[in-house]
Design a protein around this ligand. Structure first.
Ligand SMILES: *Cc1c(COP(=O)(O)O)cnc(C)c1O
Length: 373
């Protein structure tokens, strides 16, 4: 059997072991320790904000962000429909209701005009949204200028789900640093990984300290264990943070590698009737995953996926929109058909930063075998 080419496997650089070694030598094998402190500092400074909390997952980060913003039972929260369920499951954890908003073709992310329509329509129903979760899908920045304008006009806080967009920028600003709160994921498939983990960043000290309190079982500051609120065990391990410190040394390199992989696919596949996620003016994507659209009749993306699977190459359809998920079928949704059509035509290609030129040539040759130009 040929070696498997994965969609987006972890890519260690070697430095991680050095930091893990330090953790072992000092016996900080706990959800506390110097690597956690250093990792938080680095994420904050790298992304141009003052405050950061690292946690056990990106989903936990979104959950804490919602609680810190006061989202509770009966509230509504707007969320991009074109995303992974980790973006919106925490809305349900809070017994609140997600309200899904569709994408625009320019960025594949939340359509600002549709966002405003959704807000107005909810307000008319007497249900002003408590927060907006805007996702930067596959690393591509959403149009944050119009989105923030609208959010500010209606005085609704914004959570940026930058789980896939660490290092991407929008007019020089890092994704995650533009809204009121930003979150990242360090899951094994993301651009850098701690094997599992997440972060929440903000320029508001109050919001991050509230999230920190909640992430450690909401322990009141007294010598004994006293709890005046329900807490969570969402802390990250000092070992995971050590992996993160090693990974941070190569973040820029990983972004450039992923962008080169994107350019390779684009150069070698564009003339075969395939098209790629556009990068709008002022946007810089980390190109976490290269995603292409296959023109023509339905299911052509599936033909490619199945043919590549036979060669032990992993590809995947784009995220299935949340408003099409059985579990969210009753949630209000403001739709324009964009995410459904992207889901029908799209395919995520192997995008790991460790891919070599011969792997890429092989993948391209297998794709063009299915649909020769
Ligand atoms: C990965 C991801 C998450 C969740 O992160 P986890 O660390 O896996 O919990 C949330 N939103 C998006 C868009 C993601 O891709």
């Amino acid at each position: 059997m040929k070696k498997r080419i994965f969609l987006s496997p972890p890519h260690m650089c070697g430095e991680e072991l050095k930091f893990i070694g330090q953790a072992f030598e000092s016996n900080w094998i706990a959800p506390a320790g110097p690597a956690l402190v250093a990792f938080e500092k680095q994420i904050a400074s790298d992304n141009g904000v003052d405050h950061c909390l690292v946690v056990s997952s990106g989903t936990a980060a979104i959950h804490l962000a919602l609680i810190a913003l006061g989202v509770s039972r009966g509230d509504e929260v707007i969320c991009s429909t074109f995303t992974f369920s980790g973006s919106c499951n925490p809305i349900i954890y809070q017994s609140a209701t997600p309200v899904f908003v569709d994408s625009e073709l320019d960025s594949w992310n939340m359509d600002p005009a549709l966002l405003e329509q959704a807000i107005q329509s909810r307000i008319l129903l007497g249900r002003k949204p408590k927060a907006i979760i805007v996702v930067h899908l596959f690393g591509m920045p959403a149009q944050m200028n119009p989105i923030m304008d609208i959010a500010r006009r209606y005085e609704i806080p914004v959570i940026e789900d930058a789980a896939e967009a660490l290092g991407s920028t929008y007019f020089e600003k890092r994704m995650g640093s533009i809204g009121d709160i930003g979150i990242y994921s360090f899951n094994g498939n993301k651009i850098i990984t701690t094997s599992g983990g997440g972060a929440i960043i903000s320029s508001s000290k109050e919001l991050i300290e509230k999230a920190r309190f909640l992430s450690n079982q909401s322990r009141s500051p007294v010598p004994y264990y006293q709890h005046e609120e329900i807490g969570y065990n969402y802390q990250l391990s000092n070992i995971s943070a050590s992996i993160g410190l090693g990974q941070m040394t190569v973040l820029t390199a990983r972004i450039l590698q992923r962008r080169r992989i994107f350019e390779f696919y684009k150069k070698n596949l564009s003339n075969c009737g395939f098209s790629f996620q556009p990068e709008m003016e002022g946007c810089f994507s980390n190109r976490w995953l290269t995603t292409m659209l296959i023109a023509g009749e339905k299911n052509r993306n599936d033909h490619i996926r199945i043919a590549l699977e036979a060669e032990n190459i992993e590809t995947r359809p784009l995220w299935k929109p949340m408003h099409l998920q059985p579990v969210f079928k009753d949630a209000p949704a403001y739709l324009n058909g964009t995410s459904e059509s992207l889901f029908e035509k799209g395919l995520c290609l192997p995008s790991g930063s460790g891919l070599e030129e011969n792997d890429l040539n092989f993948i391209v040759s297998q794709i063009t075998k299915v649909f020769p130009s």
